[in-house]
Design a protein around this ligand. Structure first.
Ligand SMILES: Nc1nc2c(c(=O)[nH]1)N[C@H]1C(S)=C(S)[C@@H](COP(=O)(O)O)O[C@H]1N2
Ligand SMILES: [Mo]
Length: 423
C-alpha cells in the first residue's frame, strides 16, 4: 500500500476505517511477511510436535492456555494495617471485545473476601416496609431473572489524572479499575414490591456481610429502576471476589455502591450516611466542601493499544483500539486524535451500543516515525462529551481524587515509545 492510496481523515496519519481491512498484511510493513510463503518454504512445512500425538482429553473445569498465563490482574502492595483491603486491576491493554473474563475482573475489597456458605447466608429486607422479608440463596434462584451487560468502575479509577505530574504507567495501572460483564439476577424492584414499600421511604440502605460491613444508601427511584440482586456473572455464579453468593448491582453508578456479599436492605427516610458515603467517595471541591452522592460515572474512553509502556517497532499502519463507556447511557461516538487534539476523526464502534456497558472502538493510523499524541473522546446517548483533563480540573478542582474521566493522552516519541502525558 502506498501513501497516495491511503485516505487521511485527520491530522498526523489517522486513516479512513476502511483501511482496517487488510491491516494484517499492511501492518507487517514490507511484503516479506510470514503470510506469504515463498516457493521454497512452502515445500518445507513441518508437522509440529502437538500435531503428532493426541493431547489430554476432556476435563470437568476448564483452564486457559499455559501460553497466556502472563495475563494477570495487577495487585497492589498489601497493607498489614488494612487486612484484606486493596484493589487489583484488569489488564485492559491485553483484552479485546468488551467482556472481562471473570478471573480478570478488577477487585476492590475493604476487608477481604468472606468465605460465605450460601446455605447459611440470608438477605433481609426491613425498615419502612409493610412486610419484612428474609430470603435464602435458594429462594432467590426461584425468582424471574434478567441478564444485562454492564460495566463496573471504581470511583477512584484514573484518579492520578488529577495529579500535578503524569504518572508513568500502563492502561492497566492507570485505568484498570473498570471491567464489564453480563450480570444476571433478580430486579430489586421485584423484591421491594413483594415487601411493600411504605410511602415515606426514600432510600434503600444496603449492607454487605464482609468484616467491613460495607454499606451504601441507594435512592429509592434508582432502586425501583434497573438495580439488580446479581447472582450470576458471565453465566456462572458470581465469583467470591465479586460478592458471592449475591451482590447489589447498581448499573452505571460508582462501583462502591454495588454492595457485595449483600445481606441487608433497609428502607429508610434519609440516607444512612455510611462511612463510604461521607469520609470516602465524596468529591472535595476547591472550597474544601464535599460534594456527596456523585452517582453516575462520567462519559469516558481510553485507547488501550497503543498505550502506556508499549512501543512501536516499525513505521506503518497500526490499529488504534480502545474502550468507551458512560454511566448515563450508551456510547454513540468515539473520536480519535493523533495530533494532541487539534484534529479528530470518528472511530468505528464495533460492539452493540448497550446502555451502561463498555463499547469497543477502532481506527487505523499510520505512524511515520514522528512525535504523536493519541487521544480519544467519547460522546454518549445523552449528548455528554468526555471533557479534557483541563476542563475537568477547571470545573472540579484538583484536590479531589474520585470520578476522573478526562481525556487520556498517550505520547509516542520518535523511538516509538508510548507514555502517559498531560496534554
Ligand atoms: N461489601 C462490600 N461491597 C463492596 C466493596 C467492599 O469492600 N465490601 N467494595 C466496593 C467498591 S469500592 C467497589 S469499586 C466495588 C468493586 O467490585 P468488584 O470487586 O466486583 O470489582 O465493590 C464495592 N462493593
Ligand atoms: Mo471503589
Amino acid at each position: 500500500m502506498t501513501d497516495s492510496k491511503l485516505e487521511k481523515v485527520a491530522g498526523n496519519g489517522l486513516l479512513n476505517r476502511r483501511h482496517l481491512l487488510g491491516l494484517g498484511l499492511a501492518g507487517a510493513g514490507s511484503i516479506a511477511s510470514s503470510a506469504l510463503l515463498g516457493a521454497d518454504s512452502a515445500l518445507k512445512l513441518e508437522i509440529p510436535a502437538w500435531s503428532q500425538q493426541p493431547g489430554p482429553g476432556t476435563s470437568g473445569y476448564g483452564s486457559r492456555s499455559r501460553f497466556t498465563e502472563d495475563m494477570q490482574r495487577a495487585t497492589g502492595n498489601s497493607n498489614p494495617l488494612y487486612p484484606g483491603g486493596g484493589a487489583s486491576r484488569s489488564p485492559l491493554q491485553l483484552l479485546q471485545g468488551t467482556i472481562t473474563p471473570n478471573s480478570l475482573h478488577f477487585e476492590r475489597h475493604h476487608s477481604g473476601i468472606p468465605d460465605i456458605d450460601p446455605a447459611q447466608h440470608k438477605l433481609v429486607i426491613n425498615g419502612l416496609v409493610k412486610q419484612p422479608l428474609v430470603f435464602s440463596y435458594e429462594d432467590l434462584l426461584k425468582y424471574p431473572m434478567v441478564s444485562k451487560i454492564y460495566f463496573l468502575e471504581c470511583s477512584g479509577n484514573s484518579g492520578s489524572g488529577y495529579g500535578a505530574n503524569a504518572v508513568n504507567g500502563t492502561a492497566q495501572s492507570l485505568h484498570g479499575l473498570v471491567s464489564c460483564a453480563e450480570w444476571t439476577g433478580v430486579l430489586l424492584s421485584t423484591l421491594l414490591d413483594e415487601a411493600g414499600v411504605e410511602p415515606e421511604a426514600q432510600w434503600v440502605s444496603a449492607v454487605g456481610a464482609d468484616a467491613a460491613s460495607m454499606g451504601r444508601s441507594v435512592p429509592l427511584n434508582k432502586a425501583m429502576d434497573d438495580v439488580l440482586i446479581a447472582l450470576f456473572q458471565n453465566g456462572e455464579p458470581v465469583r467470591p471476589a465479586q460478592g458471592y453468593p449475591m451482590r447489589l448491582f447498581v448499573p452505571g453508578w460508582e462501583g462502591n455502591i454495588s454492595v457485595k456479599w449483600l445481606t441487608q436492605l433497609k428502607l429508610t427516610r434519609e440516607a444512612s450516611q455510611f462511612r463510604d458515603e461521607t469520609s470516602k467517595y465524596t468529591d472535595t471541591l476547591p472550597n474544601r466542601k464535599s460534594l456527596q452522592f456523585t452517582f453516575p460515572m462520567g462519559t469516558k474512553s481510553l485507547i488501550t493499544s497503543p498505550s502506556g509502556q508499549m512501543s512501536l517497532n516499525r513505521q506503518g499502519i497500526y490499529q488504534v483500539t480502545g474502550i468507551a463507556w458512560s454511566g448515563s447511557g450508551s456510547i454513540r461516538r468515539v473520536e480519535v486524535s493523533a495530533d494532541g487534539g487539534r484534529s479528530w476523526a470518528d472511530a468505528m464502534i464495533e460492539s452493540h451500543q448497550s446502555d451502561k456497558a463498555l463499547a469497543r472502538f477502532r481506527i487505523p493510523w499510520e505512524w511515520s516515525g514522528g512525535d504523536a499524541i493519541l487521544q480519544s473522546r467519547a460522546t454518549d446517548s445523552q449528548g455528554n462529551v468526555q471533557p479534557t483533563r483541563n476542563t475537568l480540573i477547571d470545573e472540579r478542582g484538583s484536590i479531589n481524587f474520585y470520578h476522573f474521566h478526562g481525556i487520556q493522552s498517550w505520547a509516542i516519541n520518535t523511538a516509538g515509545e508510548v507514555s502517559n502525558v498531560f496534554a
